[in-house]
Design a protein around this ligand. Structure first.
Ligand code: PBG
Length: 326
């Protein structure tokens, strides 16, 4: 006799699915997409097999496909022409700029698709930093950057973005942007804050995709130290106090403990960003036949949910939605 046999609850798929603690659905996904200027452009990103930089006409096609698969939110990342990059990153708030044209095009083509706009200066800055750089000292200037971020946020809101996603990690930006939005009658625009964004080596493929790597130095004076976790709670407390609607952790897979800690401490929904380097690792292994692509994708995304993420930003969104719709 043995009273406790955990295997009894695993004996067939009906029982397993009855006791399953975590669910995964395309409702949980946000698909990040890269946009470039031009027409008919679909340029594969070498370090992210299956992902491309898309011109707006191609972006619209992709968005329609995602929507039909049940993915109802996209995050847009524009790759800006080098010639438009300046030290003051003024292209970040050029109303006719690629970012805002993309947002408008998506909302026009598929009004039900939620659009998340990124807030940070790196794609527009000739220094490749998320904030403005002091030309004398090389320091990233916090408070002058807030002004620019708020302008960028207002342009995104006006273009029709539903969610504003500050990924810059400047201090005080959530509150500053919230105030700017509310003062311009954009009180219903959500802020999904990149609350705990770490200075990670796993952003490499993303920086390839946008040619946005810092020209000098690194991002360690604003992005968090991968060795810290209690500090993430401090960032979360501040973002909550400043009016964030959703808290995000980034990267994802090596930081599941941070997702868990934020979920435990906050009543706000938690998002996780399954970033470019994580995508590249899985794809490289799958292409070599070392991992089963489909199973590894679904397991990965389920684990984000188990750790406490309500939402997952993932380059696997389309593939995973297809698998879940089968
Ligand atoms: C920059 C930004 C980065 C990512 C999203 N926004 C890179 C960075 O901070 O250098 C990375 C996303 C990914 O790697 O998939 N504001």
């Amino acid at each position: 006799m043995m009273l406790n046999r955990p295997r009894r609850n695993r004996q067939n798929e009906v029982i397993r699915s009855m006791v399953r603690e975590t669910s995964l659905s395309p409702d949980n996904f946000i698909a990040p997409l890269f946009v470039i200027d031009g027409k008919n452009q679909n340029i594969p990103i070498k370090s992210m097999p299956g992902q491309s930089r898309l011109s707006i006409d191609e972006l619209v096609k992709e968005v329609k496909e995602l929507y039909s698969l049940g993915v109802k939110c996209v995050a847009l990342f524009p790759a800006i022409d080098e010639k438009l990059k300046t030290p003051d990153a003024r292209e970040a708030y050029n109303r006719d700029g690629l970012n805002f044209r993309s947002i408008r095009a998506v909302k026009e083509a598929v009004p039900g698709m939620l659009v998340m706009g990124d807030i940070a200066l790196d794609p527009y800055s000739s220094d490749g930093h998320d904030g403005l750089v002091d030309p004398k000292t090389g320091e990233i200037m916090n408070d002058p950057t807030l002004e620019v971020l708020a302008k960028q946020a207002l342009c995104e809101a006006e273009a029709g973005a539903d969610i504003i996603g500050p990924s810059d990690m400047m201090d005080g930006r959530v509150g500053y942007i919230r105030m700017a939005l509310d003062e311009s009658s954009h009180q219903n625009k959500l802020i999904m804050s990149y609350t705990a964004k770490y200075a990670s080596s796993f952003y490499g493929p993303f920086r390839d995709a946008l040619d946005s790597a810092p020209k000098k130095g690194d991002k360690k004076t604003y992005q968090m130290d991968p060795a810290n976790s209690t500090e993430a709670l401090r960032e979360a407390e501040l973002d909550i106090a400043e009016g964030a609607d959703i808290l995000m952790v980034k990267p994802g897979l090596p930081y599941l403990d941070i997702i868990y800690r934020l979920k435990e401490m906050s009543t706000l929904p938690i998002a996780a960003y399954n970033i470019s380097g994580e995508y590249a690792m899985l794809k490289a292994a799958a292409q070599n036949g070392w991992l089963d692509n489909d199973k590894a994708i679904l397991e990965t995304l389920t684990c984000f949910r188990r750790a406490g993420a309500d939402i997952v930003l993932t380059y696997f969104a389309k593939e995973a939605a297809r698998l879940l719709n089968k």
